[in-house]
Design a protein around this ligand. Structure first.
Ligand code: SF4
Length: 895
């Protein structure tokens, strides 16, 4: 073991991996004497070479004790580990004895480490004997898994990140890489600057990613298959298909081409609703450039026809032989940090560990023998959507949820909440005490958090990296693998005596070699004998990592044209041509698309703890096109109610030209903890793809109507408010306290009483109030000694004060009456310009400052703005936003 592999830099920073997205950036974490942790990018990690995005950069601010689950609880009361685990083991054993193995289920997460995942899967499939273990990765990339298996015979990503830098043309389909995989996006931007890589963005929205696009195709939602079928037809007609490759290494081309022909160019124009000119340009780019990488993500996967979309893309690469070679290939990027690790150890209900197939008796035999287990699941278990349906109708009677928040993230989330309420026994192991899911748990188990746990994760390019502990576990928190293994032993099962994650990793790596002989590309034979020291020192490694040490072709797969199908040939799939179009009617006349925003992660249990990450976008919003807003009588910044047949969400309308007419967009992140009614997945229908089981999250018919509010409020408070008597509210942590946006349909009779209740103060001794009754404006501030306790601004229109200035009041001093009145003005003085909404969270540079630099300072490039304000010069996540402001401002000036 070399110490440098574990620690690096001055003061011995620990080398670990970011816990957020599938880019899998290396992180240096250095605990400081004051208890804080200094975070920087690992310059030696091959995923990021020292870069981090805004979320990664702020990791040190998310490690606080706030909201942490510190002890096990039973029925909401603190319990010891023995009691809690004993109850879990007894209840699962009894339920299985009475109702059979399929009456219990695990719902796990791409946040788990590979070792945790491995043990959970082993317990469920090998010892309980059911395959009812599924993962939130089902919501993320199950269609890619299914598409890979259909085409390649295995779930193998062919290329590496380097291919994006070697390509002449990168096509991004359904991927807002700039916000969702920012460091990979920055690698692409750098390649474009260096060698002029052409970039095509295919997305109904003009996202931040489109700022670098040479061509943006805002196709009709659900028309991707027609687009790529049309492309296959065009490539054939243009004579750029590789007949030698097709003949030597594939099967099924004739059928796929016949299906593509049925669409043809005209069909593609009709289905995508793109202009013939735009489509011709796209097809010509694909014909002219051999080095093409097609990156795809949730916009492809989260669809009722997601698997066909994946195969329509792969078909085009197979037909041209553009796969497994430098700068070429279809490339799926995963949302979660360890979606790939979960796929490797059988975390999906239809897979076995080590990429073995549950339908194969031989594979089941191999696994049962290796585990020496009493039984083995012999058919696929329930996939996420069906799993929660089974919880709801009583087929699942005991459910264990690990490291995820399905009460927010599952489609038809209100139905999932009902199912959790009805389930006789719900166990939740998590880091956070009060998630929307945890409140329905009979038993809560405190899991070790990032920074406290040890293990491995695999990123989107198949690179395995270590997550290393650099802090002791808080309270009684334990690693997930330890919790699962203890329950397994208490249920009477052998085979779970692990001394630590290194033992589990060894077992996982050894399993990948059993009866493999090159038939499965996941081969970790070279890592099967890592001892504790070797595991501690483990360097980021691409798989396969066979015992022979061979990993030719720069780690690319299928470079020899040999695939993992029974014939060794890749399979074309004839993909359906019908556009996937859910029924709209006069009322639900808009299509809801959902996704991430730049600075937040999943259900915000961690990123919401970092005040600077809450400054970019602080409340839930609904983005819609100007024409739709006019048609629906909506004005900017008003509140809207988004409704489907399943649920309702309330958010602030954001009217832009970036949204495709007929579609609206809302972010996935907000929970009942942070907003009154913003769980967008309560609205989403989520019908699953019949092949992959992945639900459709981007295509729900909805109505968007005004909330009908008559007043608006904005407040800052030192303490999180306990109750907000408003029809809409949304809160965010700020430096020194909380900031809250509010609105109501009817005005309260006494605003002073209302303010006192919000501020949780008994009397008005320190309450300063300014009223303009005629204008329906009221302002309040409460002080404790010279410090601001809380302030409230009520207006009949959306409150137009400086959020930054007012929030900063929580960290200031207000000794004199004039200081206090200045705060109630809600704006800095003329000598202190308002920075506006924060764009660069690293240097806290606001939109007004950037506009001033463009207009007043003639800064017309991102670099010039950076030189003037430093904005965009640290993590770089805001650079597309700065580019967008420059673009919009220069267009405006030109007009
Ligand atoms: Fe983390 Fe950002 Fe890297 Fe993703 S791109 S792994 S969120 S630092």
């Amino acid at each position: 073991m070399t110490a440098d592999a574990v620690t690096s830099g001055a003061g011995g920073a620990v080398r670990t991996t970011c816990p957020y997205c599938g880019v899998g950036c290396g992180v240096l974490a250095r605990p400081l004497p004051d208890g804080s942790v200094e975070i920087s990018g690992d310059p030696d990690h091959p995923a990021n070479f020292g870069r981090l995005c805004s979320k990664g950069t702020a990791l040190g601010e998310t490690l606080s004790l706030d909201d942490r689950l510190l002890t096990p609880t039973i029925g909401g009361k603190t319990a010891d580990w023995n009691s809690a685990l004993g109850l879990v083991a007894r209840t699962f054993s009894r339920t299985i004895a009475e109702h059979g193995p399929d009456s219990v289920a695990f719902y796990v997460s791409g946040q788990l480490l590979t070792e945790d995942y491995y043990v959970a899967n082993k317990l469920m499939k090998g010892f309980i004997g059911s395959a009812n273990i599924d993962t939130n990765s089902r919501l993320c990339m199950a269609s890619t898994v299914a598409g890979h298996r259909r085409a390649f015979g295995s779930d193998t990503v062919p290329g590496t990140y380097e291919d994006l830098e070697l390509a002449d043309l990168v096509v991004l389909v359904g991927s807002n890489l700039a916000w969702c995989h920012p460091v990979l996006y920055q690698r692409l931007v750098a390649a474009k600057e260096e060698r002029g890589t052409k970039v095509v963005v295919i997305d109904p929205r003009r996202t931040a990613t489109a700022e670098i696009a040479d061509l943006h195709l805002a196709l009709a939602p659900g028309s991707d298959i027609a687009l790529f079928n049309g492309l296959l037809d065009h490539l054939d007609r243009a004579g750029v298909i590789d007949a030698n490759y097709i003949n030597a290494h594939t099967e099924g081309f004739a059928d796929a081409l016949a299906t593509a022909r049925a669409t043809g160019f005209d069909g593609a124009v009709t289905q995508t609703e793109l202009s013939a000119e735009a489509l011709s340009r796209f097809y010509a780019l694909l014909a002219e450039n051999r080095k093409v990488v097609t990156v795809f993500s949730q916009g492809v996967n989260q669809s009722q026809v997601g698997t066909d979309k994946v195969n329509a893309i792969i078909n085009c690469h197979l037909a041209t032989g553009r796969i497994g070679k430098p700068g070429m290939g279809p490339f799926s990027v995963t949302g979660q940090p360890n979606a790939m690790g979960g796929r490797e150890v059988g975390g999906l209900a239809n897979m076995l560990a080590a990429h073995m197939e549950i339908e194969s008796p031989a594979h089941r035999r191999i696994l049962q023998t290796f585990w020496q287990s009493p039984r083995i699941a012999d058919r696929p278990g329930l996939k996420a959507v069906d799993l929660f349906r089974a919880v709801g109708d009583g087929r699942i009677k005991a459910l264990w949820i690990m490291a995820t928040n399905p009460a927010v993230s599952m489609p038809q989330a209100d139905t999932v909440v009902e199912a959790l309420r009805a389930c006789p026994f719900v166990v939740v192991s998590d880091v956070t005490a009060e998630t929307d899911t945890a409140r329905h748990a009979d038993v809560l188990l405190p899991a070790a958090a990032w920074g406290e746990k040890d293990g491995t994760v695999t990123n989107s390019e198949r690179r395995i990296s270590r997550q290393r502990a650099f802090l002791p576990p808080i309270g009684e928190a334990r690693p997930d693998w330890w919790i699962i293994a203890r329950v397994a032993k208490l249920m009477g099962f052998n085979g779970f005596d692990y001394g630590g994650p290194a033992d589990i990793f060894q077992e996982h790596a050894a399993l990948t070699t059993v009866a493999n002989n090159g038939s499965r590309s996941l081969d970790l034979g070279g890592l099967a004998h890592l001892d504790n020291a070797g595991y501690a020192a483990f360097e980021p490694t691409l798989w396969p990592a066979p015992a022979s040490g061979d990993n030719p072709a720069g780690g690319r797969q299928f470079s020899e044209g040999k695939f993992n199908t029974p014939t060794g040939r890749a399979r074309f799939v004839a993909t359906r041509v019908a556009r996937n179009e859910p029924h709209r009617d006069a009322d639900r006349d808009l299509i809801l698309n959902t996704g991430r925003i730049r600075d937040q992660w999943h259900t915000m249990t961690r990123t919401a703890k970092a005040p600077r990450l809450m400054t970019h976008i602080a409340e839930p919003f609904v983005e819609m096109h100007t024409a739709d807003a006019e048609r629906h009588g909506l004005a900017p910044d008003k509140l809207v109610r988004v409704e489907s047949e399943h649920g309702t969400m309330i958010g602030r309308v954001m009217i832009t030209e970036r949204q495709r007419p007929g579609s609206v967009f809302a972010p996935i992140h907000w929970t009942d903890r942070l907003s009154s009614m913003a769980r967008i997945d309560a609205v989403v229908t989520g019908e699953p793809d019949p092949v992959s089981g992945q639900p459709q999250l981007k295509h729900t018919p909805v109505s968007v109507k005004p909330l009908g509010e008559t007043w608006y409020g904005f407040a800052v408070l030192r303490q999180r408010p306990k109750r907000i008597a408003a029809d809409y509210w949304s809160m965010a942590q700020s430096r020194g306290g909380w900031r809250v946006e509010m609105a109501g349909i009817t005005e309260p009779g006494d605003w002073t009483e209302w303010a006192r209740n919000l501020f949780a103060i008994e009397d008005d001794t320190d309450l300063l109030a300014v009223h303009d009754v005629g204008a329906r404006r009221h302002r309040f501030a409460a002080f404790s000694d010279d410090a601001l306790h809380a302030a409230l601004f009520i207006e009949p229109q959306p409150v137009s004060i400086s959020r930054g200035f007012t929030s900063d009041g929580l960290t200031g001093n207000f000794p004199s009456p004039s200081d206090r009145l200045r705060l109630l003005a809600g704006r800095p003085g003329a000598d202190q310009p308002d920075p506006g909404a924060i764009v660069c969270s690293c240097f806290e540079v606001g939109a007004n400052q950037i506009i001033e630099a463009i207009v007043g300072g003639n800064c017309l490039t991102v670099e010039a703005v950076g030189a003037s304000l430093s904005a965009g010069t640290n993590c770089g996540s805001c650079r597309p936003d700065i580019q967008r402001i420059i673009h919009e401002r220069t267009v405006k000036e030109a007009v």
